[in-house]
Design a protein around this ligand. Structure first.
Ligand SMILES: [Zn+2]
Length: 248
């Protein structure tokens, strides 16, 4: 499958990084539903290079998997539970599938390592993005201050209303709720997934100026994005990806 501007949004601040390709998916031309299974075994073609797509079985958890590309892993990675992938292996596209959840891309240009995170409110409450960065340090000796972050479209605080039980999960995990959500009155809050994950990443040493965002609310824009809460198609997911190129 050839990717193009019509199918993926890019972070313009990353245009000059020739070592990687990346994209945040929008509804395809057909607007049809896609699933991991449809994509499994498929490749993305970018700048004349073909990248087999690899992804995990997303469960709204905090599991981070190091993708090494060994045979067994290639065989059954998509059956393994996990919500983040990190890798230094060129030639593969790490992917996540989202509707309202936040896709986060990670890139360390010094260690030449990449990562991808699927962060809904549950994963965010379990600090999955922070754990992905910590795994990049542990596995690849990445320094947090070198890691570049791109956050994609997700449900915005305009549409993500949550209540006391959600707040309780964040509180139980020691996260600064007041910096991630604002009160709507009563037992209701607006949760800002991009801000919450920015906070988590800054806490671990990622620099604010290295965090870029694509600002769309998937729920406000059902014309462009699949959204669970925004109505319309309920099963569709957009694919987001990041890959290290084999050559520059
Ligand atoms: Zn919205």
């Amino acid at each position: 499958m050839r990717t193009g501007k019509e199918q993926f949004l890019r972070v313009k601040e990353w245009e000059n990084y020739r070592r990687i390709v990346h994209g945040f998916g929008i509804k395809g031309e057909a607007g049809g539903k896609i699933s991991k299974k449809d994509w499994w075994g498929n490749s993305l073609t970018e700048r004349g290079e073909s990248f087999p797509l690899v992804a995990t079985r997303q469960i709204h958890g905090d599991g981070v998997i190091v993708f090494t590309g060994d045979g067994q892993q290639l065989e059954d990675l998509w059956l393994r539970e996990g919500d983040a992938l990190v890798s230094r292996l060129p030639g593969f596209a790490l992917g996540v599938f989202t509707a309202d959840c936040l896709p986060i891309l990670l890139f360390d240009p010094f260690q030449e390592a990449v990562g991808i995170v699927h962060a809904g409110w549950k994963g965010t409450a379990r600090a999955v993005s922070r754990k992905a960065v910590e795994k990049m340090r542990e596995a690849f000796h990445c320094r947090e201050e070198n890691i570049l972050v791109a956050m994609g479209p997700c449900i915005g605080p305009c549409c993500l209303e949550v209540d006391g039980p959600v707040q309780a999960v964040f509180a139980a995990n020691g996260l600064p709720w007041e910096q991630m959500a604002f009160p709507r009155g009563g037992d209701k809050w607006s949760l800002n997934l991009q801000r919450a994950n920015t906070r988590l990443l800054e806490e671990v040493g990622v620099k604010q100026e290295n965090i870029h965002r694509v600002d769309f609310c998937t729920s406000c824009r059902p014309d462009t994005f699949f959204s669970s809460r925004g109505g319309g198609e309920t099963q569709g997911r957009q694919l987001s990806f990041i890959a290290l190129r084999k050559r520059e």
